[in-house]
Design a protein around this ligand. Structure first.
Ligand code: NAP
Length: 503
């Protein structure tokens, strides 16, 4: 049995900045075994995030962070790496030398190859397994299986052990099932944390607070009042150093199957009976299972071409015949009572104009305008921005100020979290640190359940088969644009328009 730790243990309220009060609930001392401790994710997100949780008093002395990779490093070399990771990735205002030294005293490093059986006993000897122990697999998926087997073989799993599995969770339904099968041989579902860091974002959780903590939106949240919904995750960068992985994967598997589908679930799900892990995940699963199969003309694939000094996708991945999509746009439908005939347009791509992630809920036009000079009034748009400038923005129609008749204009009602929280939001938590604290507390609400991941892959596989059976090829698009021309047609044929990709 896994227990959510008692929140009443020390409730601390600490002051951050000059004006803002935040509640910090310390977690009991724990072990975090970080496989892939020298990797990019550990360096940019996990280690700086853990420092920040220590800095605010959430991670307590007595906790242990054991980083693991194959490279032979002395303890001191690894601590230097952690120090660099923190100074490179955090605001210097948050780094206090005395705190940093205390944080580094929690950390140790072990060289261990997950694919062989050496050194696991020594790892075991360094862990007090009576404490909550989280094994974080921040490594490539090819070694997930070896780590799971070695943890079991060396008797490192207890009832209070947890395993955190990074994406990609499988490549298709069959491989996701196989990974679930391996995990479930040695862990209970309540011990498995399949991470999708989008769910740890402040705004994503605010989407649930907005929908289910206000009476205002829910009565309108259906096909009667909502015309359509757009979900955009646009990236400015290319494939970076992940060429080989990405070319085998593409935008559908890398982004849609997890991040975009999770956002779709949160925006479309029915109100859960309570904000508890299984109640929330049951509702998300129902959304995925209600997704209709797509037709070929509901799918647009793109691949960035070369532009100026920017290499093309094919150059980036070193494969001059690649047909992998670096962009995808989909028109989806959810066949249930709430959403029948409401289009959900999803798009994501690399080398686009700006780095923007948002969900836009576009309400229907007024049924009748009483303003003779304005026979057509646009529907309101509720835009939930995940990045940059996290916040919620609602366009409303108002009277243009001043004399001279009733002239109407659309203005944004801006609820920027950064502004309302005095600019501190970005400094407080990032998605990874929030999710790691949830793992330690034993709260799975923001993690994907095994059946949810499998349902997402089942639908994803049908979409991929659909374009493969129809021999669809990606259309080349220029870098720094909004993507391929065909994507415009996806909305234009329904007399709708994509929102601009802008910050
Ligand atoms: P990475 O930079 O390639 O790091 C991989 C880490 O795994 C290194 O510390 C590496 O160290 C270690 N490792 C590799 N083989 C090992 C073995 N046999 N035994 C023990 N350690 C081994 O990868 P990453 O970017 O950090 O990504 C890690 C995981 O997170 C991947 O599954 C990735 O898909 C996922 N992810 C990453 C990001 C991101 O922004 N980077 C975002 C989302 C998800 P040695 O080579 O010294 O062993």
């Amino acid at each position: 049995m896994i227990h959510v730790q008692d929140a009443s243990n020390f409730l601390k309220i600490i002051k951050v900045g000059l004006t803002t009060l935040y509640k910090i609930i310390p977690v009991e001392p724990f072990n975090l075994v970080l496989f892939g401790g020298t990797g990019d994710l550990a360096r940019r997100e996990i280690l700086p995030g853990l420092y920040r949780r220590f800095h605010v008093g959430q991670v307590q002395p007595g906790s242990k962070i054991i980083a693991i990779a194959r490279k032979h490093l002395t303890e001191q070399e690894f601590l230097n790496f952690v120090r660099e990771a923190i100074t490179e990735n955090l605001d210097s205002k948050l780094i206090e030398e005395t705190n940093l030294v205390k944080f580094l005293s929690l950390i140790s490093y072990r060289s261990l190859d997950a694919n062989n059986k050496n050194n696991w006993e020594s790892l075991k000897g360094s862990l007090d397994l009576s404490l909550t122990t989280a094994y974080y697999l921040s490594v490539g998926p090819s070694i997930f299986s070896s780590i799971i087997s070695n943890l079991a073989h060396h008797d490192l799993i207890r009832v209070n052990s947890r395993i955190v599995v990074e994406k990609p969770f499988g490549h298709d339904l069959a491989s996701a099932k196989e990974l679930n099968r391996k995990l479930s041989k040695v862990f209970d579902e309540g011990q498995i944390y399949r991470i999708d860091h989008y769910l740890g974002k402040e705004t994503v959780q605010n989407l649930m607070a907005l929908r289910f903590g206000n009476v205002l939106f829910e009565p309108l949240w259906n096909s009667q009042y909502i015309d359509h919904i757009q979900i955009t995750v646009a990236e400015k960068g290319g494939v970076g150093g992940r060429g080989e992985y990405y070319d085998n994967s593409g935008a559908m598997r890398d982004m849609v199957q997890n991040h975009l589908m999770q956002l779709l679930c949160l925006v479309a799900m029915e109100p859960p009976s309570k904000f508890s892990p299984d109640a929330v995940r049951d509702e998300k699963l129902k959304v995925i299972r209600s997704l209709e199969p797509l037709a070929a003309n509901d799918i647009v694939l793109g691949q960035y071409g070369q532009g100026g000094s920017v290499p093309s996708y094919r150059e980036d991945v070193g494969n001059n015949t690649s047909t992998t999509e670096s962009y995808i746009a989909l028109k989806c439908n959810i066949s249930n009572w709430r959403w029948a005939n409401t289009a959900f347009y999803l798009r994501t791509g690399k080398r686009l104009r700006k780095r923007v992630s948002e969900i836009a809920v576009v309400f229907k036009k007024l049924p009748h305008s009483i303003f003779l000079d304005h026979p057509q009034i646009n529907g309101n748009v509720l835009a939930i921005r995940l990045q940059p400038n996290e916040g919620i923005n609602m366009t409303v129609t108002i009277k243009e100020p001043g004399p001279g008749g009733m002239r109407l204009i659309e203005v944004p009602l801006d609820m920027s979290f950064a502004k309302s929280l005095h600019g501190e939001v970005g400094n407080l938590t990032n998605a990874y640190e929030r999710l790691i604290m949830d793992v330690i507390r034993g709260n799975q609400t923001l993690f994907m359940r095994g059946d949810e991941v499998e349902a997402a892959w089942k639908w994803t596989d049908t979409v991929i088969s659909c374009w493969q059976n129809n021999r669809k090829q990606p259309q080349i698009y220029d870098p720094n644009t909004s993507g391929p021309e065909d994507a415009y047609m996806l909305t234009n044929k329904d007399q709708r328009r994509w929102r601009e990709i802008e910050v």
